[in-house]
Write a new protein. Sequence first.
Length: 161
Amino acid sequence: MENLKNIWKPELYRIQMEAPKPKRVVCDNLEDRPEFYGREYHGVMSHKEATAILENEPNGAFLIRKGSQNNDFYTLTLKTSNNSSPIIINTESKVITETDGLKKPPFDLTPSIEDNPLVMKYSKSHTFKVHTFKGLNWCELCANFLWGFTAQGVKCEEYPN
């Protein structure tokens, strides 16, 4: 910790080093465990029962449980800052839900063309042709010089200038 000046992001490194280490709470006496979870799976359990198990554990302790027999959701209960916070894991839709609201997958956070269409509607169609400008020309939008001698751009055929 004393030689942080050689690290790319020292503040991020310090936060990572101070974060609690994950510690799984093991359950050995369970027969019908899903194949994709290890010994941290505790079966059907309520939030109060999970909180009671994590009460005497250090920060970073976690267990996985099933909330009830009626749903296909598993819950990761994690102890942070001396509180236990449930995180619902939906393996079907790849969406993680916290108790304070829905967390979307990263691809849902990216704007799409349906959200903000940039297509302009013209009253009549334009017919463009390749055009060679005479003399030195600059872009009307960015004011950069247009390089090239022939076929420098396109121009609408219907307008004279």
